[in-house]
Design a protein around this ligand. Structure first.
Ligand SMILES: Nc1ncnc2c1ncn2[C@@H]1O[C@H](COP(=O)(O)OP(=O)(O)OP(=O)(O)O)[C@@H](O)[C@H]1O
Ligand SMILES: [Mg+2]
Length: 350
């Protein structure tokens, strides 16, 4: 071992000397070339000094260049510095950053690379969702504001009849209500999303809650001449009563909204194994197959003409789904265009 170290030491010294001699030779050839070209013949001592000086400069320059190249290669090859740089880029908001998959071959570092790439992908997805959310909220605020502004301007004209005036005022009131419902629903969703959503579960009669809510909407379904069929088994449930009432209100309001006059709505509550199942079925316009997987998304409205969903923000089902989820339940939909829709909520029985 010692011999080996000594050998290395001598080898390095010899290599350095050889390198210096080589550089001096190079300097000698360069100066000889310059003298031959210019025809200048300096004194031998001066020529020696110039050679030595040029040799030293050349050597310093070559060592500096080699040092920089080795340092760079070393930096790019060190996986930890590559990961650190990537994390710094992610921290500044560049979520498109991904680490080279080849780094995976470095064992434990491979796991770190995978985690960093996974984190960047998730952050990227969340950023896209955030941007989409902001653009949806802006759109939902913008359209009622535009109509409020338009009808307020129309009201200022002199030649508007009393009947039109009342109609414009009704629209302004409805659009203001829509704005205020939007802000209420956004706050509700934000609170349901937050980790600290505190459930206040009590044991209460689900059938009584449903019956009361159906009665509370009576003016709305009778105004559309809708027949309301109710088949509720007696059911005690342990849940947050206020939050669940929001689910039933959203489902019943949708059924009334999307069912033409003269239709029927059926609300049922039955036991299915260890769960209670609530169904709200209507004979309304139904939902197209391609819209079904998306109707629980925030701001999604299936009705392209927006005629039926006017006044809605596409948040009702998203809120219902979130509330059901935090009660360890499930919500599902079955529908065919023109043949009505049936929403089913199942909740654990106590
Ligand atoms: N019973 C139903 N019949 C037909 N389509 C429905 C029914 N319920 C929901 N939908 C469709 O699903 C979409 C999303 O419903 P959701 O309740 O989330 O929003 P909304 O009713 O339009 O607005 P909001 O509930 O915020 O007032 C609706 O716009 C509608 O296209
Ligand atoms: Mg709704």
């Amino acid at each position: 071992m010692r011999n080996r170290l000594a050998f290395r030491h001598w080898f390095r010294a010899f290599a350095s000397l050889a390198f210096f001699a080589l550089v001096l030779c190079l300097a000698f050839y360069i100066t000889a070339f310059v003298y031959a070209r210019t025809g200048w013949k300096p004194h031998a001592v001066l020529a020696l000094l110039v050679n030595a000086f040029l040799g030293i400069i050349l050597m310093v320059a070559l060592v500096a260049i080699a040092g920089t190249v080795i340092h760079r290669r070393h930096r790019t090859k060190n996986p930890l510095s590559v990961i650190t740089e990537a994390l710094e880029r992610i921290a500044t908001g560049d979520f498109t950053t991904r680490l080279d998959e080849n780094l995976r071959s470095h064992g434990v570092v491979g796991e770190l690379v995978q985690s960093v790439n996974h984190m960047a992908t998730r952050l990227d997805e969340m950023e896209k969702l955030r941007q989409e959310f902001v653009s949806n909220v802006s759109h939902e605020i913008q359209s009622p504001l535009t109509s409020i502004r338009g009808f307020a301007a129309a009201l200022q004209r002199d030649n508007v009849s009393l009947e039109d005036r009342l109609h414009y005022l009704e629209i302004i009131e409805a659009e203001s209500l829509r704005l205020s419902r939007l802000s209420e629903n956004l706050l509700k969703l934000a609170s349901l999303d937050s980790e600290q959503t505190r459930l206040a579960p009590t044991t209460y009669r689900l059938d009584v809650q449903l019956r009361n809510l159906i009665l509370a909407c009576e003016t709305q379904w009778t105004a559309k001449d809708i027949e309301m069929e109710v088949a509720l088994d007696e059911a005690a449930i342990s849940a947050d009563e206020d939050l669940l009432s929001q689910v039933w209100i959203n489902l019943i309001h949708n059924s009334i909204k999307f069912t033409p006059p003269g239709g029927t709505i059926h609300v049922g509550l039955h036991r299915k194994g260890d769960r209670w199942e609530v169904s709200v079925a209507d004979t309304g316009i139904g939902i197209a197959e391609e819209d079904l997987p998306r109707i629980f998304e925030r701001f999604y409205k299936a009705d392209p003409s927006r005629r039926h969903s006017a006044g809605g923000n596409g948040l009702g089902l998203a809120i219902a789904q979130r509330v059901v989820e935090i009660h360890s339940g499930a919500i599902a939909v079955r529908s065919q265009p023109g043949a009505g829709a049936e929403f089913t909520v199942s909740l654990p029985a106590v």
